[in-house]
Design a protein around this ligand. Structure first.
Ligand SMILES: NC(=O)c1ccc[n+]([C@@H]2O[C@H](COP(=O)([O-])OP(=O)(O)OC[C@H]3O[C@@H](n4cnc5c(N)ncnc54)[C@H](OP(=O)(O)O)[C@@H]3O)[C@@H](O)[C@H]2O)c1
Length: 430
Protein backbone atom coordinates (compact mmCIF):
# COMPACT_ATOMS: atom_id res chain seq x y z
CA UNK A 1 0.00 0.00 0.00
CA UNK A 2 0.81 3.61 -0.52
CA UNK A 3 4.15 3.55 -2.23
CA UNK A 4 2.72 6.75 -3.64
CA UNK A 5 5.17 7.50 -6.36
CA UNK A 6 2.45 7.39 -9.01
CA UNK A 7 2.13 10.34 -11.29
CA UNK A 8 -1.10 11.60 -12.80
CA UNK A 9 -0.20 10.24 -16.19
CA UNK A 10 0.16 6.76 -14.78
CA UNK A 11 -3.22 7.06 -13.11
CA UNK A 12 -4.67 8.15 -16.44
CA UNK A 13 -2.98 5.22 -18.10
CA UNK A 14 -4.46 2.88 -15.55
CA UNK A 15 -7.92 4.37 -16.05
CA UNK A 16 -7.53 3.87 -19.77
CA UNK A 17 -6.53 0.28 -19.12
CA UNK A 18 -9.65 -0.28 -17.09
CA UNK A 19 -11.79 1.08 -19.90
CA UNK A 20 -10.05 -1.04 -22.48
CA UNK A 21 -10.66 -4.15 -20.52
CA UNK A 22 -14.21 -3.46 -19.47
CA UNK A 23 -13.37 -2.48 -15.95
CA UNK A 24 -15.00 -4.83 -13.54
CA UNK A 25 -13.19 -8.07 -14.15
CA UNK A 26 -9.67 -6.97 -13.56
CA UNK A 27 -9.43 -8.67 -10.25
CA UNK A 28 -11.55 -10.17 -7.53
CA UNK A 29 -9.07 -9.02 -5.02
CA UNK A 30 -9.19 -5.31 -5.68
CA UNK A 31 -12.40 -4.57 -7.53
CA UNK A 32 -12.99 -1.76 -9.95
CA UNK A 33 -12.12 1.18 -7.79
CA UNK A 34 -8.59 -0.15 -7.81
CA UNK A 35 -7.45 1.73 -10.86
CA UNK A 36 -10.14 4.34 -10.88
CA UNK A 37 -9.29 6.48 -7.93
CA UNK A 38 -5.92 8.16 -7.76
CA UNK A 39 -5.67 7.59 -4.02
CA UNK A 40 -6.19 3.88 -4.37
CA UNK A 41 -4.05 3.70 -7.44
CA UNK A 42 -1.16 4.18 -5.06
CA UNK A 43 -1.63 0.53 -4.13
CA UNK A 44 0.35 -0.09 -7.28
CA UNK A 45 3.71 1.49 -7.52
CA UNK A 46 3.18 3.20 -10.85
CA UNK A 47 6.53 4.87 -10.52
CA UNK A 48 8.26 1.53 -10.67
CA UNK A 49 8.02 0.42 -14.28
CA UNK A 50 8.90 -3.23 -13.75
CA UNK A 51 6.53 -3.58 -10.81
CA UNK A 52 3.63 -1.96 -12.67
CA UNK A 53 4.07 -4.12 -15.78
CA UNK A 54 4.25 -7.30 -13.82
CA UNK A 55 1.31 -6.50 -11.55
CA UNK A 56 -0.82 -5.18 -14.41
CA UNK A 57 -0.25 -8.37 -16.37
CA UNK A 58 -0.97 -10.47 -13.33
CA UNK A 59 -4.22 -8.65 -12.59
CA UNK A 60 -5.37 -9.13 -16.15
CA UNK A 61 -4.64 -12.81 -16.22
CA UNK A 62 -1.64 -12.76 -18.54
CA UNK A 63 1.01 -15.32 -17.84
CA UNK A 64 3.75 -12.93 -18.87
CA UNK A 65 3.77 -9.16 -18.79
CA UNK A 66 1.49 -7.72 -21.47
CA UNK A 67 4.33 -5.84 -23.12
CA UNK A 68 5.69 -9.16 -24.39
CA UNK A 69 2.49 -10.53 -25.89
CA UNK A 70 1.45 -10.05 -29.51
CA UNK A 71 -0.97 -7.27 -30.42
CA UNK A 72 -1.73 -6.53 -26.79
CA UNK A 73 1.90 -5.72 -26.36
CA UNK A 74 1.08 -2.46 -28.10
CA UNK A 75 -0.81 -1.38 -25.04
CA UNK A 76 1.77 -0.47 -22.53
CA UNK A 77 0.21 2.08 -20.25
CA UNK A 78 3.55 3.31 -19.16
CA UNK A 79 4.58 4.34 -22.63
CA UNK A 80 1.16 5.06 -24.17
CA UNK A 81 -0.78 6.84 -21.48
CA UNK A 82 -3.13 8.41 -24.01
CA UNK A 83 -4.35 5.33 -25.87
CA UNK A 84 -6.91 6.44 -28.43
CA UNK A 85 -10.50 5.26 -28.32
CA UNK A 86 -10.18 3.98 -31.88
CA UNK A 87 -7.83 1.27 -30.64
CA UNK A 88 -10.36 -0.16 -28.23
CA UNK A 89 -11.54 -3.13 -30.29
CA UNK A 90 -7.92 -4.14 -30.87
CA UNK A 91 -7.19 -4.27 -27.20
CA UNK A 92 -10.53 -5.45 -25.91
CA UNK A 93 -10.05 -8.61 -23.96
CA UNK A 94 -12.11 -11.57 -25.23
CA UNK A 95 -15.09 -12.17 -22.91
CA UNK A 96 -14.28 -15.86 -22.58
CA UNK A 97 -11.06 -15.09 -20.76
CA UNK A 98 -12.63 -12.65 -18.30
CA UNK A 99 -12.50 -13.52 -14.67
CA UNK A 100 -16.11 -13.12 -13.57
CA UNK A 101 -16.86 -11.76 -10.18
CA UNK A 102 -19.72 -13.24 -8.16
CA UNK A 103 -22.59 -10.87 -7.36
CA UNK A 104 -23.98 -10.78 -3.82
CA UNK A 105 -27.75 -10.44 -3.94
CA UNK A 106 -30.83 -10.75 -1.71
CA UNK A 107 -32.70 -13.33 -3.73
CA UNK A 108 -36.37 -14.14 -3.98
CA UNK A 109 -36.51 -17.85 -4.85
CA UNK A 110 -40.24 -18.29 -4.22
CA UNK A 111 -42.98 -15.74 -3.55
CA UNK A 112 -43.24 -14.90 0.13
CA UNK A 113 -42.73 -12.30 2.87
CA UNK A 114 -39.56 -10.18 3.21
CA UNK A 115 -38.06 -12.81 5.57
CA UNK A 116 -38.01 -15.31 2.71
CA UNK A 117 -35.26 -13.39 0.87
CA UNK A 118 -31.85 -15.09 1.01
CA UNK A 119 -28.40 -13.60 0.62
CA UNK A 120 -26.51 -15.57 -2.03
CA UNK A 121 -23.83 -15.18 -4.65
CA UNK A 122 -24.81 -15.35 -8.29
CA UNK A 123 -22.59 -15.46 -11.36
CA UNK A 124 -22.19 -12.17 -13.20
CA UNK A 125 -24.42 -11.84 -16.28
CA UNK A 126 -23.01 -10.55 -19.55
CA UNK A 127 -24.16 -7.11 -20.71
CA UNK A 128 -26.62 -6.79 -23.56
CA UNK A 129 -26.67 -3.95 -26.09
CA UNK A 130 -27.23 -0.53 -24.53
CA UNK A 131 -26.50 -1.79 -21.03
CA UNK A 132 -24.06 -0.81 -18.31
CA UNK A 133 -22.82 -2.59 -15.21
CA UNK A 134 -23.00 -0.72 -11.93
CA UNK A 135 -21.16 -1.46 -8.70
CA UNK A 136 -24.12 -0.77 -6.44
CA UNK A 137 -23.40 1.29 -3.34
CA UNK A 138 -27.01 1.83 -2.33
CA UNK A 139 -30.51 0.81 -3.43
CA UNK A 140 -33.81 2.58 -2.78
CA UNK A 141 -36.64 0.57 -1.20
CA UNK A 142 -40.14 0.99 -2.63
CA UNK A 143 -43.53 -0.55 -1.97
CA UNK A 144 -43.56 -2.33 -5.35
CA UNK A 145 -40.54 -4.34 -4.08
CA UNK A 146 -42.86 -5.76 -1.41
CA UNK A 147 -45.49 -6.59 -4.00
CA UNK A 148 -42.92 -8.12 -6.35
CA UNK A 149 -41.57 -10.66 -3.85
CA UNK A 150 -45.16 -11.65 -3.04
CA UNK A 151 -46.08 -12.17 -6.70
CA UNK A 152 -48.61 -9.31 -6.52
CA UNK A 153 -46.86 -6.90 -8.88
CA UNK A 154 -47.56 -6.69 -12.62
CA UNK A 155 -43.89 -7.35 -13.41
CA UNK A 156 -42.83 -10.87 -12.37
CA UNK A 157 -39.14 -11.58 -13.05
CA UNK A 158 -38.15 -15.26 -13.32
CA UNK A 159 -36.80 -16.93 -10.13
CA UNK A 160 -34.37 -16.37 -8.59
CA UNK A 161 -34.43 -12.58 -8.70
CA UNK A 162 -33.41 -9.75 -6.44
CA UNK A 163 -36.00 -7.02 -5.89
CA UNK A 164 -34.93 -3.37 -5.96
CA UNK A 165 -35.96 -0.94 -8.68
CA UNK A 166 -33.48 1.89 -8.19
CA UNK A 167 -29.78 1.99 -7.47
CA UNK A 168 -26.84 4.32 -7.13
CA UNK A 169 -23.24 3.35 -7.72
CA UNK A 170 -20.22 3.47 -9.98
CA UNK A 171 -20.26 2.27 -13.58
CA UNK A 172 -17.78 -0.55 -14.05
CA UNK A 173 -18.47 -1.74 -17.58
CA UNK A 174 -20.40 -0.49 -20.60
CA UNK A 175 -21.62 -2.43 -23.63
CA UNK A 176 -19.68 -1.64 -26.84
CA UNK A 177 -22.55 0.43 -28.27
CA UNK A 178 -22.90 2.67 -25.21
CA UNK A 179 -21.51 6.16 -25.71
CA UNK A 180 -23.46 8.21 -23.17
CA UNK A 181 -22.07 6.65 -19.98
CA UNK A 182 -18.44 5.98 -19.11
CA UNK A 183 -16.68 3.56 -16.82
CA UNK A 184 -16.01 5.23 -13.49
CA UNK A 185 -19.03 7.55 -13.59
CA UNK A 186 -21.16 7.89 -10.44
CA UNK A 187 -24.76 7.34 -11.44
CA UNK A 188 -28.29 6.68 -10.29
CA UNK A 189 -30.43 4.37 -12.39
CA UNK A 190 -33.81 2.70 -12.54
CA UNK A 191 -33.34 -1.05 -13.00
CA UNK A 192 -36.84 -2.49 -12.54
CA UNK A 193 -35.53 -5.32 -10.37
CA UNK A 194 -32.12 -6.58 -9.24
CA UNK A 195 -31.17 -3.55 -7.15
CA UNK A 196 -30.80 -5.39 -3.82
CA UNK A 197 -27.35 -6.61 -4.83
CA UNK A 198 -23.81 -5.32 -4.87
CA UNK A 199 -23.90 -5.15 -8.65
CA UNK A 200 -26.70 -4.40 -11.11
CA UNK A 201 -27.23 -4.04 -14.83
CA UNK A 202 -29.05 -0.94 -16.11
CA UNK A 203 -30.00 0.52 -19.46
CA UNK A 204 -27.57 3.33 -20.24
CA UNK A 205 -30.51 5.61 -21.06
CA UNK A 206 -31.78 5.34 -17.49
CA UNK A 207 -28.45 6.41 -15.93
CA UNK A 208 -28.12 9.93 -14.56
CA UNK A 209 -24.68 11.19 -13.60
CA UNK A 210 -24.70 12.32 -9.99
CA UNK A 211 -23.97 15.85 -8.94
CA UNK A 212 -20.69 16.02 -7.03
CA UNK A 213 -22.23 16.75 -3.66
CA UNK A 214 -24.82 13.95 -3.79
CA UNK A 215 -23.81 10.78 -1.97
CA UNK A 216 -24.94 7.32 -3.03
CA UNK A 217 -27.44 6.94 -0.18
CA UNK A 218 -29.35 10.06 -1.17
CA UNK A 219 -29.03 9.21 -4.86
CA UNK A 220 -30.52 5.73 -4.37
CA UNK A 221 -33.80 7.20 -3.18
CA UNK A 222 -33.96 10.12 -5.58
CA UNK A 223 -34.87 8.87 -9.07
CA UNK A 224 -38.42 7.66 -8.61
CA UNK A 225 -39.62 10.15 -5.98
CA UNK A 226 -38.10 13.34 -7.34
CA UNK A 227 -38.56 12.28 -10.98
CA UNK A 228 -42.28 11.72 -10.34
CA UNK A 229 -42.89 14.83 -8.27
CA UNK A 230 -41.04 17.21 -10.60
CA UNK A 231 -42.93 15.87 -13.62
CA UNK A 232 -46.23 16.07 -11.71
CA UNK A 233 -45.80 19.63 -10.45
CA UNK A 234 -44.00 21.19 -13.41
CA UNK A 235 -45.16 19.44 -16.58
CA UNK A 236 -48.58 18.22 -15.43
CA UNK A 237 -49.89 20.82 -12.94
CA UNK A 238 -47.82 23.78 -14.18
CA UNK A 239 -47.51 24.92 -10.60
CA UNK A 240 -47.02 28.69 -10.21
CA UNK A 241 -45.23 30.62 -7.44
CA UNK A 242 -47.63 31.67 -4.70
CA UNK A 243 -50.14 28.88 -5.38
CA UNK A 244 -51.29 26.60 -2.57
CA UNK A 245 -50.08 23.00 -2.83
CA UNK A 246 -51.87 20.39 -0.70
CA UNK A 247 -49.74 17.22 -0.46
CA UNK A 248 -51.39 14.02 0.82
CA UNK A 249 -49.10 11.37 2.32
CA UNK A 250 -46.54 14.17 2.63
CA UNK A 251 -44.14 12.15 4.82
CA UNK A 252 -43.79 9.38 2.23
CA UNK A 253 -41.30 9.06 -0.63
CA UNK A 254 -43.07 10.96 -3.40
CA UNK A 255 -44.78 13.16 -0.78
CA UNK A 256 -41.57 14.55 0.69
CA UNK A 257 -40.23 15.10 -2.83
CA UNK A 258 -43.41 17.02 -3.73
CA UNK A 259 -43.05 19.20 -0.63
CA UNK A 260 -39.36 19.81 -1.38
CA UNK A 261 -39.88 20.68 -5.06
CA UNK A 262 -43.09 22.60 -4.33
CA UNK A 263 -41.23 24.83 -1.90
CA UNK A 264 -38.53 25.48 -4.45
CA UNK A 265 -41.23 26.41 -7.00
CA UNK A 266 -42.57 29.00 -4.55
CA UNK A 267 -45.73 27.16 -3.48
CA UNK A 268 -47.41 27.57 -0.11
CA UNK A 269 -47.48 24.04 1.31
CA UNK A 270 -50.17 22.24 3.31
CA UNK A 271 -48.89 18.77 4.24
CA UNK A 272 -51.17 15.92 5.30
CA UNK A 273 -50.36 12.55 6.84
CA UNK A 274 -51.51 9.96 9.30
CA UNK A 275 -48.89 10.42 12.02
CA UNK A 276 -48.25 13.55 14.10
CA UNK A 277 -44.68 12.41 14.66
CA UNK A 278 -43.90 12.05 10.95
CA UNK A 279 -45.65 15.34 10.16
CA UNK A 280 -43.64 17.12 12.85
CA UNK A 281 -40.44 15.76 11.37
CA UNK A 282 -41.13 16.99 7.85
CA UNK A 283 -42.50 20.30 9.13
CA UNK A 284 -39.19 20.91 10.88
CA UNK A 285 -37.06 19.63 8.01
CA UNK A 286 -38.79 21.69 5.31
CA UNK A 287 -40.04 24.59 7.40
CA UNK A 288 -43.73 23.87 6.70
CA UNK A 289 -46.25 26.01 8.53
CA UNK A 290 -49.41 23.98 7.91
CA UNK A 291 -49.83 20.26 8.58
CA UNK A 292 -53.02 18.21 8.92
CA UNK A 293 -53.38 14.71 10.32
CA UNK A 294 -56.04 13.14 8.10
CA UNK A 295 -56.58 10.33 10.61
CA UNK A 296 -57.45 12.50 13.58
CA UNK A 297 -58.71 15.67 11.87
CA UNK A 298 -62.27 14.69 10.96
CA UNK A 299 -63.06 17.86 9.02
CA UNK A 300 -59.75 18.58 7.35
CA UNK A 301 -61.52 20.17 4.36
CA UNK A 302 -62.57 23.10 6.57
CA UNK A 303 -59.03 23.40 7.85
CA UNK A 304 -57.75 23.76 4.28
CA UNK A 305 -60.40 26.41 3.62
CA UNK A 306 -59.40 28.27 6.78
CA UNK A 307 -55.69 28.18 5.92
CA UNK A 308 -56.39 29.48 2.40
CA UNK A 309 -58.80 32.24 3.44
CA UNK A 310 -61.76 30.32 2.04
CA UNK A 311 -60.29 29.89 -1.45
CA UNK A 312 -59.07 26.31 -1.27
CA UNK A 313 -55.96 24.63 -2.66
CA UNK A 314 -54.74 25.36 -6.18
CA UNK A 315 -53.00 22.01 -6.62
CA UNK A 316 -53.57 18.75 -4.75
CA UNK A 317 -50.89 16.06 -4.93
CA UNK A 318 -52.61 12.79 -4.03
CA UNK A 319 -50.48 9.68 -3.60
CA UNK A 320 -52.89 8.09 -1.09
CA UNK A 321 -56.29 7.86 -2.84
CA UNK A 322 -59.43 6.53 -1.14
CA UNK A 323 -61.79 9.11 0.23
CA UNK A 324 -59.08 11.81 0.23
CA UNK A 325 -59.63 12.37 -3.50
CA UNK A 326 -63.27 13.36 -3.32
CA UNK A 327 -62.70 15.61 -0.30
CA UNK A 328 -59.77 17.19 -2.14
CA UNK A 329 -62.07 18.14 -5.04
CA UNK A 330 -64.39 19.76 -2.49
CA UNK A 331 -61.67 22.00 -1.08
CA UNK A 332 -60.19 23.09 -4.38
CA UNK A 333 -59.79 26.66 -5.58
CA UNK A 334 -61.24 27.83 -8.91
CA UNK A 335 -59.17 26.35 -11.77
CA UNK A 336 -57.70 23.91 -9.28
CA UNK A 337 -55.78 20.79 -10.35
CA UNK A 338 -55.77 17.42 -8.63
CA UNK A 339 -52.81 15.21 -9.44
CA UNK A 340 -53.62 11.49 -9.27
CA UNK A 341 -50.28 9.98 -8.26
CA UNK A 342 -51.10 6.72 -6.52
CA UNK A 343 -53.26 4.75 -4.12
CA UNK A 344 -51.01 4.00 -1.14
CA UNK A 345 -54.13 3.71 1.04
CA UNK A 346 -55.27 0.76 -1.06
CA UNK A 347 -58.60 2.11 -2.37
CA UNK A 348 -59.04 3.41 -5.90
CA UNK A 349 -61.73 6.08 -5.53
CA UNK A 350 -64.69 6.79 -7.80
CA UNK A 351 -65.61 10.47 -7.89
CA UNK A 352 -68.77 12.39 -8.88
CA UNK A 353 -67.85 14.21 -12.11
CA UNK A 354 -69.86 17.30 -11.13
CA UNK A 355 -67.16 18.18 -8.60
CA UNK A 356 -64.71 18.64 -11.46
CA UNK A 357 -67.21 20.80 -13.37
CA UNK A 358 -68.14 23.08 -10.45
CA UNK A 359 -64.64 24.47 -9.89
CA UNK A 360 -63.60 24.38 -13.54
CA UNK A 361 -61.12 21.88 -12.14
CA UNK A 362 -58.71 19.43 -13.77
CA UNK A 363 -58.18 15.87 -12.65
CA UNK A 364 -54.71 15.02 -13.93
CA UNK A 365 -53.17 11.58 -14.21
CA UNK A 366 -49.44 11.19 -13.57
CA UNK A 367 -47.48 8.13 -14.72
CA UNK A 368 -43.84 9.11 -14.57
CA UNK A 369 -42.47 5.64 -15.41
CA UNK A 370 -44.36 5.55 -18.71
CA UNK A 371 -43.76 9.22 -19.56
CA UNK A 372 -39.97 9.07 -19.21
CA UNK A 373 -39.87 6.42 -21.93
CA UNK A 374 -41.82 8.75 -24.22
CA UNK A 375 -39.97 11.95 -23.43
CA UNK A 376 -36.53 10.93 -22.12
CA UNK A 377 -34.91 14.23 -23.11
CA UNK A 378 -37.39 16.29 -21.10
CA UNK A 379 -36.96 13.92 -18.17
CA UNK A 380 -33.17 14.32 -18.38
CA UNK A 381 -33.59 18.12 -18.35
CA UNK A 382 -35.81 17.80 -15.28
CA UNK A 383 -33.02 15.94 -13.51
CA UNK A 384 -30.41 18.47 -14.62
CA UNK A 385 -32.51 21.23 -13.09
CA UNK A 386 -33.02 19.27 -9.87
CA UNK A 387 -29.29 18.44 -9.66
CA UNK A 388 -28.48 22.16 -9.98
CA UNK A 389 -30.94 22.89 -7.19
CA UNK A 390 -29.42 20.12 -5.09
CA UNK A 391 -25.89 21.43 -5.63
CA UNK A 392 -27.11 24.88 -4.56
CA UNK A 393 -28.58 23.39 -1.37
CA UNK A 394 -32.17 24.09 -2.48
CA UNK A 395 -33.37 20.46 -2.26
CA UNK A 396 -33.22 18.43 0.96
CA UNK A 397 -34.21 14.76 0.47
CA UNK A 398 -34.88 12.84 3.70
CA UNK A 399 -33.55 9.32 4.27
CA UNK A 400 -35.02 8.16 7.58
CA UNK A 401 -33.66 4.59 7.52
CA UNK A 402 -30.68 2.75 6.06
CA UNK A 403 -30.01 -0.99 6.34
CA UNK A 404 -27.10 -3.11 5.17
CA UNK A 405 -27.88 -5.52 2.30
CA UNK A 406 -28.29 -8.66 4.47
CA UNK A 407 -31.04 -6.80 6.40
CA UNK A 408 -33.18 -6.16 3.32
CA UNK A 409 -36.15 -7.82 5.07
CA UNK A 410 -36.00 -5.20 7.85
CA UNK A 411 -35.91 -2.48 5.22
CA UNK A 412 -39.00 -3.87 3.48
CA UNK A 413 -40.83 -4.25 6.80
CA UNK A 414 -40.04 -0.65 7.61
CA UNK A 415 -41.89 0.37 4.44
CA UNK A 416 -44.76 -2.04 5.11
CA UNK A 417 -45.18 -0.66 8.66
CA UNK A 418 -45.26 2.97 7.45
CA UNK A 419 -42.26 3.86 9.59
CA UNK A 420 -40.36 5.60 6.81
CA UNK A 421 -40.12 9.36 6.46
CA UNK A 422 -38.86 10.17 2.97
CA UNK A 423 -36.92 7.10 1.89
CA UNK A 424 -35.51 3.86 3.25
CA UNK A 425 -32.24 2.81 1.60
CA UNK A 426 -30.18 -0.40 1.52
CA UNK A 427 -26.41 -0.05 1.49
CA UNK A 428 -24.04 -2.68 0.15
CA UNK A 429 -20.91 -1.74 2.10
CA UNK A 430 -18.93 -0.82 -1.01
N1 LIG B 1 -47.72 7.94 -10.61
C1 LIG B 1 -46.43 7.68 -10.56
O1 LIG B 1 -45.70 7.88 -11.54
C2 LIG B 1 -45.87 7.15 -9.28
C3 LIG B 1 -44.48 7.12 -9.05
C4 LIG B 1 -44.02 6.66 -7.82
C5 LIG B 1 -44.93 6.20 -6.86
N2 LIG B 1 -46.27 6.21 -7.15
C6 LIG B 1 -47.27 5.75 -6.17
O2 LIG B 1 -47.39 6.73 -5.13
C7 LIG B 1 -47.78 6.08 -3.94
C8 LIG B 1 -46.84 6.50 -2.82
O3 LIG B 1 -45.53 6.04 -3.13
P1 LIG B 1 -44.33 6.31 -2.12
O4 LIG B 1 -43.12 5.76 -2.74
O5 LIG B 1 -44.32 7.71 -1.68
O6 LIG B 1 -44.77 5.40 -0.88
P2 LIG B 1 -44.43 5.57 0.64
O7 LIG B 1 -43.10 6.16 0.81
O8 LIG B 1 -44.75 4.27 1.28
O9 LIG B 1 -45.48 6.68 1.14
C9 LIG B 1 -46.84 6.43 1.11
C10 LIG B 1 -47.51 7.36 2.11
O10 LIG B 1 -48.89 7.09 2.02
C11 LIG B 1 -49.47 7.18 3.31
N3 LIG B 1 -50.45 6.11 3.47
C12 LIG B 1 -51.76 6.30 3.70
N4 LIG B 1 -52.41 5.15 3.82
C13 LIG B 1 -51.47 4.18 3.68
C14 LIG B 1 -51.53 2.78 3.73
N5 LIG B 1 -52.69 2.12 3.94
N6 LIG B 1 -50.39 2.10 3.58
C15 LIG B 1 -49.24 2.74 3.34
N7 LIG B 1 -49.12 4.08 3.30
C16 LIG B 1 -50.24 4.80 3.47
C17 LIG B 1 -48.35 7.05 4.32
O11 LIG B 1 -48.36 8.20 5.13
P3 LIG B 1 -48.99 8.17 6.58
O12 LIG B 1 -48.46 6.97 7.29
O13 LIG B 1 -48.54 9.46 7.15
O14 LIG B 1 -50.49 8.10 6.37
C18 LIG B 1 -47.07 7.04 3.52
O15 LIG B 1 -46.17 8.03 4.00
C19 LIG B 1 -47.78 4.58 -4.22
O16 LIG B 1 -49.09 4.18 -4.49
C20 LIG B 1 -46.92 4.47 -5.46
O17 LIG B 1 -47.26 3.35 -6.23
C21 LIG B 1 -46.74 6.68 -8.33
Amino acid sequence: MAKARCSDSYVLAANEAVQLHGGIDITDEHDTGFFMQPARACELNFGDVAHFRERYAQLNGYSTPCVDRGPRARFDPLHQPAVQAKHRPLFARPRATRRLRPVKAMLCKAFGPPESLVLEEQPQKPLGPGQVRIAVHAAGVNFPDVLMIQGKYQFKPPFPFAPGAEVAGQVTEVAPDVTTVKVGERVMAMVGAGGFADEAIAAAVSCMTLPKSMDYTVAAGFSMTYGTSYYALVQRAQMQPGEVLLVHGAAGGVGTAAVDIGKKLGAKIIATGGSDEKLARIAKHYGIEHTINYKTETNWKEKVRAITGGKGADVVYDAVGGELLETSLRCLNWNGRVLVIGFAGGDIPKIPANLVLLKSASLIGVFWGAWLGREPDVNRKNFQTMFEWYEAGALKPIISHTFPLPRAADALNCVINREVVGKCVITTGR
